[in-house]
Ligand binder design. Structure first.
Ligand SMILES: *[C@@H]1O[C@H](CO)[C@@H](O)[C@H](O)[C@H]1NC(C)=O
Ligand SMILES: *[C@@H]1O[C@H](CO)[C@@H](O)[C@H](O)[C@H]1NC(C)=O
Length: 339
């Protein structure tokens, strides 16, 4: 042992520098951590310890510790993280993460310890994508399965998968309305169980499911949108509230178009905050809140939707006056000119 100890003293571990990583909700990502030990180690993996930690402000959360074939995983990461089974032979301590949640975003530190030597590096992870509930302008539960798929598509989103809804639920998504998902099942996420929202799970939190349904049955829908390739903005020239038609014209002045709900949800996820019900392309009026304020959505975060009736149905009349959210793609103009 003494001999080994002497040997360890002259090992040097170096980590390769890595760029930051990005993943999509419910998707997977590899947080890289590659190391080399010089001189090549004659010792076994027992002496190698890999630790991944998530840095949450001043707090540190253990994600995973692996040593000598024993792997311990921190709360919140169970069944979702792993490292290569033979890290020493390949110099790879990278962290594989699956079923990504928005709350996984942040700074991670990889620590490689070998005998007396240790070294560490950090990598930052961002997670894009948001799942949202969508109700047609007529009433609650009016979309059959083909119409649900089309509804999401028409607002620049796609129908969400069960995996995406599950990840959104883990992040705290709560909505007591049954909606279609991509596998033709109907589900809804409940984090705070309450009467009328029990479903098949009764008083337990979780995603309720009605199972696979006949495509002719009608429900609401859950849509998914990933990151935006453009900007959503409130036109700076807009001083007064306007009708839906005027909102369209206002956006045209900025060489943009009225934003769709999909674009607004993606912009909200990226940080857009404005406490003004504003027109969108589908004739709905909504506003995004990322900074909690009691007078805006009761201190809750999210996108608020204006409904005509107390039972949360009906879009406003297009002659009513609201603000406007415009969308402009990254590549500049929205129009293709064919003269
Ligand atoms: C309601 O939605 C349908 C289909 O998207 C559309 O054709 C119709 O104009 C909308 N009506 C209103 C009042 O927004
Ligand atoms: C919601 O309320 C409106 C107005 O009171 C009513 O016409 C409509 O039928 C209600 N819809 C549902 C789904 O209860």
């Amino acid at each position: 042992a003494f001999v080994n100890y002497r040997m360890w003293l002259c090992y040097q571990i170096t980590l390769k520098y890595h760029n930051d990583r990005s993943g999509s909700l419910a998707g997977e990502v590899v947080l890289p951590c590659h190391f080399s030990i010089i001189p090549a180690s004659p010792t076994t993996t027992t002496h190698l310890r890999i630790k991944w930690v998530k840095l949450d402000g001043p707090d540190e959360k253990v994600v995973l510790v692996a040593q000598g074939g024993v792997v311990k995983v921190g709360q919140g990461f169970l069944s979702r993280v792993s490292v290569p089974s033979r890290p020493l032979s390949v110099g790879d301590a990278s962290l594989m993460m699956v079923k990504l949640r928005a709350s996984d975003a942040g700074l991670y530190r990889c620590e490689v310890m070998h005998g007396m030597e240790d070294t560490q590096d950090t990598v930052s992870l961002s997670v894009t994508g948001v799942v949202f509930h969508y109700r047609a302008n007529s009433s609650r539960y009016t979309l059959d399965f083909p119409a649900a798929v089309e509804a999401c598509r028409s607002i620049d989103a796609s129908i969400a998968t069960p995996e995406q809804l599950e990840a959104a639920f883990e992040d705290g998504f709560d909505q007591c309305d049954a909606g279609w998902l991509a596998d033709q099942s109907v589900r809804y996420p409940i984090t705070v169980p309450r009467p009328g929202c029990a479903g098949n799970l009764l008083s337990r939190p979780g995603v309720r499911t009605y199972g696979l349904r006949d495509p002719a049955e009608t429900y609401d829908v859950y849509c998914y949108v990933d990151k935006l390739n453009g900007d959503v903005f409130y036109p700076p020239s807009l001083k007064d509230k306007v009708t839906w038609q005027q909102a369209n014209e206002e956006c045209e002045k900025h060489d943009a178009v009225l934003a769709s709900p999909g674009q607004l949800f993606a912009a909200w996820r990226a940080g857009l905050n404005r406490c003004d019900y504003s027109w969108l392309s589908d004739g709905s009026a909504r506003y995004p809140i990322t900074v909690p304020l009691p007078q805006c959505g009761g201190g809750l975060l999210g996108v608020r939707t204006f409904y005509k009736y107390e039972n949360q149905t009906g879009y406003p009349d297009r002659s009513e006056r609201y603000g406007a959210f415009c969308y402009k793609g990254k590549m500049g103009t929205q129009h293709t000119y064919t003269h």
